[in-house]
Design a protein around this ligand. Sequence first.
Ligand SMILES: [Zn+2]
Length: 195
Amino acid sequence: MGCDGGTIPRRNELVKVKQKPEPRDQTSHLIFQWRYCNLTQQLLQRPIVTCGLGKLYNKSAIIQAIINRESPPHIRTLRDVITLNLTPNPEFRENGTDQIDVSPYICPVTGLEMSGKYRFVALWSCGCVFSERALKEIGVGACSRCQEAFDEADVVVLNGLEGEVRVKMDMRKKRKKEWRKIQRIKKVRVGENLQ
Ligand SMILES: [Zn+2]
């Protein structure tokens, strides 16, 4: 500012120019969701995990939270999260936050950046991450990256809408319950055969 030494202040020093905050807010919201741990707000660094609700966390932060009994209610053990198998973006340089316009990860099929601009999904069965567009092309069955079998319940939309991710989480819970029931029946049958 130049009012003390006899210099004349310029107009932009006197009049506050009104800024348009909307696009920047939206961008910072996406950066926050996709680049930072949902628990500690620290930069995401592999190994990265997701919970049943599709939020992203540093695995170390989740382990610490479980030990300290400070984890969110839907994460009680490490079985409540999956480690993500992410595809690094060759355009991205690992030097902190300065490359904020380039995403560190991409879809291995379409090459789309995982930045929040496109919907991305993780498979609960294997942890592989794809753009939703790629998954629609591949269809449900075997993961095109690691060949692990998966069905509709295994598809977790990352940073998805609360309703859609909860439906899948409930589907997986139900499936697990049924699997346990079958295991119990099998045990009883084996026991009967031994008698
Ligand atoms: Zn896979």
